[in-house]
Write a protein that binds this ligand. Sequence first.
Ligand SMILES: *[C@@H]1O[C@H](CO)[C@@H](O)[C@H](O)[C@H]1NC(C)=O
Ligand SMILES: *[C@@H]1O[C@H](CO)[C@@H](O)[C@H](O)[C@H]1NC(C)=O
Ligand SMILES: *[C@@H]1O[C@H](CO)[C@@H](O)[C@H](O)[C@H]1NC(C)=O
Ligand SMILES: *[C@@H]1O[C@H](CO)[C@@H](O)[C@H](O)[C@H]1NC(C)=O
Ligand SMILES: *[C@@H]1O[C@H](CO)[C@@H](O)[C@H](O)[C@H]1NC(C)=O
Ligand SMILES: *[C@@H]1O[C@H](CO)[C@@H](O)[C@H](O)[C@H]1NC(C)=O
Ligand SMILES: *[C@@H]1O[C@H](CO)[C@@H](O)[C@H](O)[C@H]1NC(C)=O
Length: 659
Amino acid sequence: MRCSFLFAAGALVSSALASPLTSHAVHERRSTLPHGWEKREALDRRAVMPMRIALTQRNIDKGYNFLEEVSHPDSPRYGQHWTAKQVANMFRASDVTIKAVKTWLAESGISSDRVSLSQGLNWLNFDATVDEAEALLKTKYYVYAHTESGQPHVACEGYSLPTHIKRHVDFVTPTVYFDAKIRAREENEDELRKRGIGNSIGQPGSRSGHGSYPKFGKWMHHNDIITQLRNCSNQTVPICLHALYRFPWLEEANPQNSFGIVEYTPQAYVPSDLDLFFANFSYRQVGDRPILDAIDGGILQQTNMSFVYNGESDLDLEYGMALVYPVPVTLYQAGDIVQGASFNNFLDAIDSTYCSYEGGDDPTQDGIYPDPYCNATNGLTGCYTGPENCGGYSATKVISTSYAYNEHDLTPFYEMRQCNEYMKLGVMGVSVLYSSGDYGVAGNLGQCINPNGTYNDGTNGRFNPSFPGTCLYVTSIGATQVIPGTNAVKALASGTEPEEACQTIIYSGGGFSNVFPLPPYQASAVHDWFANYPPPYGPDRFNNSQQTRGFPDISANGANYVVAVDGRFALVYGTSASTPTVGAILTLINNERFNHGKTSIGFINPTLYAHPEVLNDITLGGNQGCGTPGFSSAPGWDPVTGLGTPNYPKMKDLFLGLP
Ligand SMILES: *[C@@H]1O[C@H](CO)[C@@H](O)[C@H](O)[C@H]1NC(C)=O
Ligand SMILES: *[C@@H]1O[C@H](CO)[C@@H](O)[C@H](O)[C@H]1NC(C)=O
Ligand SMILES: *[C@@H]1O[C@H](CO)[C@@H](O)[C@H](O)[C@H]1NC(C)=O
Ligand SMILES: *[C@@H]1O[C@H](CO)[C@@H](O)[C@H](O)[C@H]1NC(C)=O
Ligand SMILES: *[C@@H]1O[C@H](CO)[C@@H](O)[C@H](O)[C@H]1NC(C)=O
Ligand SMILES: *[C@@H]1O[C@H](CO)[C@@H](O)[C@H](O)[C@H]1NC(C)=O
Ligand SMILES: *[C@@H]1O[C@H](CO)[C@@H](O)[C@H](O)[C@H]1NC(C)=O
């Protein structure tokens, strides 16, 4: 929340309110302050804070089973996805929950007439003095300051709830949530370049995973661009991907089919870059543009042009569009120039129930629209002043996102809430893909986690998994490369695997979650890997309990992509490239299923883990990070390349064989 407090008129509210003798237990706690924040003074006892309580939803504990029922290849209900209405009715907060929390508030001195219930029946709002809030949550509030911007923020470092209330509440704000809305310090590009292009922290307005953009290799001369298959180990172009994963050029798009790519302002594609790319590699598409679904003021800004601003979007759309042609691609462009948007803002736009689900967005973490930041005093312009997009667009059947946070950057409650939404999308038949990160076992920008929870420079410490890839309802995509010096076509013809884990410029993100449990669909793959290839690291490096989610699930080439950026061709690297490539292949499989009168493939993980033979197993290469060689690829699933890369003919036959 921002720091605009109303001061309670008159005398201090009596603190002698009867507090019932109930036992409390810690609900959420931070071990450290997030990087860049320091504690300042305690708050005026009379200050009034807008409190929000996110109520737990009904049946969310059954979500895994609901999803498995429509996604597991052995389920008789495979492919029988739910409508949005069925999903909404199944999961809203129960009357029992609403009553229990209101009763607790009333018993604590916050009478029912002060408490309002959100429209979605998921969220209780009331104003409370600091005194009241501290007594209610058994905590202490302080003002914290952002060291760089000086921006103040009110928070606490932990809070408790009565034990009989805990199960009814997901989280409370303001509390431990720290990623207040900071306008990133503008960075000049020379600084970025010094640190290596692509290490793009300080992206103005970006809130969707700093440092997760693709990595720049080098600019290329026209004469160096080869469109030939023989050179796939030096330059990845669309025909290389067709060859590696054996997928065809589509004759005709099924009218039901759609492929969605999500981008976050100020990232933007450049129309002339699409045409330059298409002219060289997919000439029928010159002039083709994605369908633009602009979310919360999402715009294709063309004032700032550089690899940092255009690299991700140009890459995703050039490859995404070329590989699924003639299936139309929908571009979800999220966020205005001033604030940017988060994954939650995107999810709100494709599912109106998510706007109020479990209390709705977190105003300290997600974009607030209409954007309140532009005014005459600060001279900011470009704020989106329309209402927040709530269910304004429909979800495409495959959604590819090449941005990610570190799991460590967000609270478990925030992550689980968002993860549950991916479950709902899966139940509705949507395949959700996220890149697994480009820093191996380390996090964005190569950072790792100190024992006290702070980040370091990546030479030591705990591994730093990425989110949402660690959500068990997402398909997490890692990166491979053609083994240097290998002629991919000859290797394929002789039945030899031409690829290994990506180890050029970037390393495939992979490892184990610290938040999400091991999903049943993945359990035997993970146990087999631990049994057969025990990793040489202990619990000081990662959660080796075999009880948490491993990632990535699958992978695809992420090296040497030839991308048109700002009128030139560049070589580009990253799981940012692998993700739209896998998304395109899934879109082609959907096209086949639609042609046969079947539904979309939806959540693919249960099917792929049950049938790893439809992937090309990648067994070489590692994902170094945190001062270690990382994990190693191995036969079967591994936390570097997952189950392997797509083998389109086998995948297509498998999915066509399902009801
Ligand atoms: C391919 O790209 C080059 C720039 O590298 C451009 O000069 C050329 O016109 C493009 N080819 C076609 C057929 O447009
Ligand atoms: C790939 O292309 C480059 C530049 O044209 C060339 O020097 C190199 O020999 C080629 N590599 C292979 C394996 O053909
Ligand atoms: C473009 O760059 C200028 C100068 O660095 C900066 O002031 C402005 O905020 C940037 N615009 C966007 C959309 O990031
Ligand atoms: C203008 O917006 C800034 C936040 O960007 C805020 O701190 C300031 O108080 C606002 N000024 C006015 C006059 O509203
Ligand atoms: C956390 O630990 C690191 C080294 O492990 C140290 O450099 C840093 O100062 C510590 N930070 C805090 C807030 O304790
Ligand atoms: C092509 O890749 C090989 C290794 O795979 C490397 O030795 C060679 O220098 C590369 N050629 C160019 C032109 O980059
Ligand atoms: C690993 O995860 C399990 C299951 O969530 C948890 O019980 C355990 O405490 C975690 N271990 C470490 C070392 O974090």
